[in-house]
Design a protein around this ligand. Structure first.
Ligand code: ZN
Length: 472
């Protein structure tokens, strides 16, 4: 059975002495983080040298001699904290984010156990305890995982606004094999195509009927309340740490009110998403949808644009539906039962511009205000969202006119057997769905190290042979 990685988060319930140990560890990790940034900064500024992760990692033992309180902490967690610095610098160098800054303890979330050492999860997926061996504490935790497996990493998180601690595990979970293949019993009825939109949050098509779900607009309903609450917040005395002004009690209270409201909206949205995606993944084996780029879609309007307010409204609607999260949820839920989620490359397929019946591409259909489509070629007419889900459904079944030949040429060993056809689409998708933004994880780092040491050995071997020949 193939395994996939899942993340599950449990809430921790530490007692007083455990809490103080957790806070102490968090403080130490925060100082280490800042020290690592400081070293990189000064070395670059004064000696124009750039420090690598490995240099910092190798300096850890000496660092511990100077600061003996770090000896108690698990050394892998310290490495993981240094890795956080490295990742944020890599992101900065690649132009993906701002220059890393020192973090105040207020904004420092926690630390990670990147491997098996230093901790145990005493749970079978529901409630239980977590043991942090380096701190010598066992903390009660509550939470539930849908499917449990082998936990591989642990991240301890503190949320200052809530004053709550969390344990976030990555777990290797076994999922059933994909259903297709030679003895597949997959039928057409179990394919569903989905289009996410703003008017109707979700339009789906299963070959016979359409399913439409209205946008709930959580943000807008709660917006008035949030606005008035944040206005109250602005009128209280806020903290200014540089000028040593403390926050007033009323400010703290008001801030809690705002964050509670925001949290409520988030929970509502999440609940709705889970309902929708669970329902879909129970009933269908293959889910087809467009590949989205939410980040680009929800970009702010350009400065000076006349349609600033409209764009802001559209962004809100997109984020209300939660396009990205919905897709992720559908994917893991469908895969958990052995199904497949397909993400079609929008530019190749053009679902919103293509006529589902004859395959003609109409460029004017791309205009978002055009809600109803009539084909000039075959007089087919339908709503914008409906016709685009029909196109996606047809693509998944390989019967979309105008695209069929191109897809057929990609068909793999199943020889155009319609029942097994997803393989050909899998090829198409897998070639497009990978996005390269990796900046080097702990795992990759380990592989790099291994390669390096092998190369080193090889080069030593090369050096040795010629000299021995000469000697001979
Ligand atoms: Zn047509």
């Amino acid at each position: 059975m193939p395994t996939v990685v899942r993340r599950y988060t449990f809430r921790l319930y530490p007692n007083k002495s455990q809490m103080s140990k957790l806070f102490e560890a968090r403080r130490l990790h925060c100082y280490l983080y800042n020290a690592a940034i400081s070293q990189r900064k000064t070395d670059y500024q004064y000696f124009s040298k750039s420090v690598t992760y490995l240099q910092q990692q190798n300096a850890l033992p000496a660092f511990k001699e100077c600061w003996p309180e770090y000896k108690e902490l698990n050394s892998q967690t310290l490495q993981a904290t240094l890795k956080r610095v490295d990742l944020s610098y890599n992101r900065f160098i690649k132009g993906l984010s701002q220059k890393p800054k020192f973090k105040s303890i207020r904004n420092y979330s926690g630390w990670t156990y990147p491997g098996y050492s230093g901790w145990n999860a005493l749970t079978q997926g529901k409630h239980g305890q977590v043991r942090l061996r380096d701190l010598g504490i066992t903390i009660r935790m509550r939470g539930q995982a849908k499917q449990w497996g082998t936990p591989t990493t642990l991240t301890i998180i503190y949320k200052p606004y809530l004053n709550q601690w969390f344990a976030s595990f990555t777990v290797n979970v076994e999922v059933p094999n994909r259903k297709f293949g030679s003895d597949s019993d997959l039928k057409y009825e179990s394919i569903l195509s989905i289009d996410l939109g703003t008017e109707t949050a979700l339009t789906a098509y299963n070959g016979q009927e359409f399913l439409e779900i209205e946008n709930q607009r959580f943000t807008r309903e709660a917006e008035k309340k949030i606005k008035s609450a944040s206005k109250k917040l602005r009128r209280k005395r806020c903290p200014n740490y540089k000028e040593k002004i403390k926050a007033s009690q009323r400010w703290k209270k008001a801030r809690k009110q705002v964050s509670l409201l925001q949290r409520k909206v988030a929970e509502q949205r999440k609940n709705w998403q889970h309902h929708v995606t669970t329902d879909i993944s129970r009933r269908y084996d293959i889910v087809v949808t467009e590949k989205l780029e939410t980040k680009k879609m929800t970009r702010k309007a350009k400065p000076g644009s006349k349609r600033k307010r409209q764009k802001a409204g559209l962004n809100k609607s997109i984020l209300d539906v939660g396009f990205g999260t919905l897709n992720k949820m559908i994917t893991y839920k469908v895969e958990a039962k052995g199904g497949l989620a397909l993400f079609l490359p929008t530019r190749k397929i053009k679902p919103s511009q293509r006529c589902p019946k004859c395959g003609t591409v109409h460029k004017d259909w791309a205009d978002l205000s055009n809600r109803y489509h009539v084909c000039r070629n075959c007089n087919f007419e339908n709503g914008r969202d409906k016709s685009s889900v029909m196109v996606m459904y047809n693509v998944a079944c390989q019967k979309q006119p105008g695209l069929g030949t191109r897809l057929e040429s990609k068909t793999c060993s199943c020889g155009g057997n319609l029942r097994e056809l997803p393989c050909s689409i899998v090829d198409l998708i897998s070639s497009t769905s990978k996005t390269g933004k990796h900046t080097g994880s702990m795992k990759q780092l380990g592989e790099m190290k291994r390669q390096k040491s092998q190369q080193h050995k090889k080069s030593l071997g090369h050096l040795e042979t010629p000299t021995s020949q000469k000697l001979g």
